[in-house]
Design a protein around this ligand. Structure first.
Ligand code: BJW
Length: 229
């Protein structure tokens, strides 16, 4: 019955895989100052601190016991089975959707396993954590790659494609995101405006001013497989 689906995921979908969310009581922003590790200014002030922050998350993803959970796997199955158009937009920089098999995927806040040349913007797959050996090979010799992630004040990736999909979609599903960071937090308004059914899956109850038409409260790993089947 639906022809165009847009799924937006946030840190909550990876929580049950063992990755910390940002705004929980034991979340990443409790341990780290946003200004220090998630802004271009913080990176300019103390590159080593920012590199340590992303390297520890990179190491956990590569060498920790971190695997896609039932929610990631269900979304990959949906993509395979759905005859219409589906776009999975993730705010997450982990690669658990790819590991689960999702292909029509857009990382709007960048990817942990990649580095970016600060001059040309060219992207490189990282074979090892950030350090003096992660140099760009595209323009200025010896220039260090920066994390591929999108920090506060920077433009998220793929916005044209996302807006086109938001305008077309007849079903918008947001999973495991607090809806506090823009522009992703505004997607539900756009989808509503264009007549889509808007559905949210979150561990916590419905927010007082929620724009979603439908709210499923509970763990993503339990609810998403049920929604998909
Ligand atoms: C579960 C669960 C389970 C748990 N099952 N659920 C004033 C007004 C409006 C906007 C702004 C403003 N001032 C500044 C802005 C813009 C700013 C912004 O939005 N700030 C707000 C904080 C106010 N945004 C930006 O700067 C963005 N760029 C931009 O706007 O560009 C335009 C522009 C550019 C230049 C000039 C002018 C305009 C960029 C945002 C970049 C965000 N980057 C980060 C960090 C980098 C990546 C990384 O290190 O990983 O991205 S911040 C961090 O938050 C990360 C996340 O992707 C993002 C969203 O977090 P998410 O995923 O929602 O996680 P949580 O922890 O918040 O929530 C988890 C949820 O899961 C909870 O609800 C739980 O209940 C739930 N949950 N377990 C289901 N098992």
């Amino acid at each position: 019955m639906y022809r165009h689906i847009l799924v937006l995921t946030g840190a909550g979908i990876s929580a049950e895989s063992g990755l910390k969310t940002f705004r929980a009581q034991d979340g990443l922003w409790e341990e780290h100052d946003i200004e220090d590790v998630a802004t271009p200014e913080g990176y300019q002030r103390d590159r080593a601190l920012v590199e340590r922050f992303y390297n520890s998350r990179w190491q956990q993803l590569r060498h920790g016991d971190v695997h896609p959970n039932a929610a990631h796997l269900a979304l990959a199955r949906l993509e395979q089975a759905f005859p219409g158009e589906l776009l999975l937009v993730t705010q997450n920089i982990d690669n658990l959707h790819e590991q689960a098999g999702s292909k029509r995927l857009l990382h709007m806040h960048g990817e942990l396993v990649k580095g970016r040349c600060p001059s040309s913007g060219q992207t490189f797959l990282l074979r090892e954590p950030f350090g003096p050996d992660n140099l760009c090979t595209c323009c200025i010799p010896g220039q260090r790659l920066r994390p591929h992630v999108v920090w506060f004040g920077e433009m998220p990736l793929g916005m044209d494609k996302i807006h086109a999909a938001l305008e077309r979609c007849d079903l918008f599903i947001a999973i495991g995101t607090s809806g506090t960071v823009y522009p992703a937090a505004g997607f539900v308004d756009t989808a509503n405006h264009h007549g889509a059914r808007t559905v949210e899956v979150n561990l916590s109850g419905v927010e007082p001013h929620s724009q979603f038409q439908c709210h499923f409260e509970g763990k993503a790993s339990v609810i998403v497989p049920k929604l998909v089947e």
